[in-house]
Design a binder for this molecule. Structure first.
Ligand code: SF4
Ligand code: ZN
Length: 319
């Protein structure tokens, strides 16, 4: 909520209707009241879904619901914007002590409230160990290890749920961070990847309806809709490069509103313009351990568990 510079202590008026404003849109330099803010967010999410043709007739959507704010808002928005869509919620329990239990309860309450089918898969069931156990001695690699294992777990549970699309709650901040991290890592393949370019070969295609909505707007939408309870933060959150990139982008956005949007839009334009450049993609084959598609002998998740290089042995291969 913005303070009114006129010194009256009253919130600035909504530029569209004159009612008390709750949000200053610094890109368009306008104040919005609660109703106009909510309508604006819903309109932009709807536009993103249409623009990227994220949902097609006959789709069954598995919504990755962590129980945190982004995915909770996402599920509510999808139910509201796509009332006839075939929705299921899927949750991965990584096994993070002091964090996951609360978000799992939140996820359960959300799906019960909306009457949406909900399935959960734990790292313990899929890999034989919790994330806490896997990370013993290497907490600095938490998010990269978690990311690889969660991607596989989400794909597995979405497949079990019979989904044709996996819908995730990544917001504009997440997307801008990923673009910058891809450049910082020199990951040419990801820098050139178009947003539509995923899925196939055993991977459920992923779509991100919140990819153009800043994190703070997702949070305010949830607050105005009364969706959140206070939840703990993942204890590993600050261990990654992503945390530093997030700090840099937040500072830039404060001084130069629209930075994150330009970073993301720039990547989309660049990837489309360069789409004809041949990429050194190696042919996909089945992972020798679990059968998932991979370009190497073992998929990324199974490589983590390789006794020669990883922290343990995959006990429960899929398929
Ligand atoms: Fe996993 Fe890192 Fe997210 Fe925690 S913050 S759930 S470790 S990716
Ligand atoms: Zn208004």
């Amino acid at each position: 909520m913005e303070a009114n510079p006129d010194g009256t202590g009253r919130p600035p008026a909504c530029d569209l209707c004159g009612r008390p404003g709750v949000y200053l849109d610094r890109i368009q330099n306008r104040h919005l009241c609660s109703d106009h803010f909510v309508g604006d967010v819903e309109g932009r999410v709807n536009h993103t879904i249409q623009k990227y043709v994220m949902v097609q007739p006959g789709d069954r959507l598995a919504v990755a619901l962590s129980g945190g704010k982004d995915s909770t808002v996402l599920l509510h928005l999808l139910r509201r914007l796509l009332p006839d869509a075939d929705l299921a919620a899927v949750t991965v329990d990584e096994g993070i002590d002091g964090y996951r239990d609360a978000t799992l309860r939140s996820a359960g309450a959300t799906t019960r409230g909306l009457g949406i089918e909900h399935q959960t898969l734990s790292f313990l069931d899929l890999y034989g160990k919790t994330l806490d156990e896997i990370l013993k001695g290497q907490p600095d690699r938490a998010c990269s290890i978690c990311g690889i294992l969660r991607r596989k777990a989400l794909n597995t549970i979405a497949r079990r749920a019979g989904a044709s699309k996996l819908v995730t709650g990544h917001n504009l901040d997440d997307e801008a961070q990923s673009v910058l991290m891809n450049w910082l890592r020199g990951d040419r393949e990801r820098v050139l990847r178009r947003p539509e370019e995923n899925g196939g070969h055993g991977f459920i295609p992923r779509v991100k309806p919140l990819r153009e909505i800043p994190e703070k707007e997702v949070a305010l939408y949830g607050i105005l809709k009364g969706l959140f309870v206070e939840l703990p933060e993942c204890p590993y959150m600050h261990s990654a490069l992503r945390g530093e990139v997030r700090g840099i982008l937040t500072t830039l956005e404060r001084g130069h509103p629209g930075t994150m949007r330009r970073v993301v839009e720039g990547q989309v334009r660049l990837s489309r313009q360069l789409s004809s450049i041949p990429r050194a993609s190696r042919p996909l084959r089945a992972c020798e351990r679990c059968g998932d598609p991979t370009t190497a002998r073992l998929c990324q998740a199974c490589r983590l568990f390789d006794p020669e290089g990883g922290p343990g042995t995959l006990v429960s291969p899929e398929r």
